[in-house]
Ligand binder design. Structure first.
Ligand code: XMP
Ligand code: MG
Length: 183
């Protein structure tokens, strides 16, 4: 697929690379202040959160640890069911740790709500969430996001780690995928 073909699959850029970096810098300053005297463990959710994790972690001037989890929701098609399976678990013991989950996007909230409960049950001292994007109109459960990038409309988006069928993850902006691609 060349650049022109990719562009024809996208209907609109929602959040630009510059806006993302400005926002992550802002969030990083808050995180540094909030975890001033604490050791922080960033937990990235594979694969979508790879870009957010890489850029957020490099914005942080404080010492942090990074670990990764891969989860998959059992569900039909693009709908999350809330039943989550761990595909790759953390290497880190969470006992007494301050954990910040780093996510790309909150849609129904079901995945994160499950993950939050799962990590809390491992004896972490605190578990908070940082998510780049949230679709408020798609929420099925309430999830408290301490560090949020942007609220976006209820449309399927790709880029900056987000994929459709494993494509478009490497795009620098977040863009709306044209319905002609998946319908
Ligand atoms: P829930 O519904 O549990 O789902 O909050 C969160 C996960 O679903 C994926 N997701 C998306 N992926 N564009 C994507 O590329 C989207 O618009 C989108 N909405 C949800 C994503 O993996 C997220 O972690
Ligand atoms: Mg994800």
């Amino acid at each position: 697929m060349d650049a022109r073909e990719i562009e024809s699959d996208l209907s609109e850029v929602l959040v630009t690379e510059a806006e993302i970096h400005e926002k992550l810098a802002e969030l990083a300053r808050r995180i540094e202040a909030d975890y001033d005297d604490k050791d922080l463990l960033l937990v990235g959710v594979l694969k979508g959160a790879v870009m957010v994790m890489a850029d957020l972690a490099r914005e942080l001037r404080s010492q942090v640890n990074m670990d990764w989890m891969a989860v998959s929701s059992y569900g039909v098609g693009t709908q999350s069911s809330g039943v989550v399976r761990i595909l790759k678990d953390l290497d880190t013991d969470l006992t007494g740790r301050h954990v910040l989950i780093v996510e790309d996007i909150i849609d129904s909230g079901l995945t994160l709500s499950w993950l939050l409960g799962n990590l809390e049950s491992r004896g972490a001292e605190s578990v908070e969430i940082c998510a780049l994007l949230r679709k408020p109109d798609a929420a099925k459960v309430d999830v408290t996001v301490k560090y949020l990038g942007f609220d976006i409309p209820n449309q399927f988006v790709v880029g900056y780690g987000l994929d459709y069928a494993e494509r478009y993850r490497n795009l620098r902006d977040v863009a709306v995928l044209s319905p002609h691609v998946y319908s």
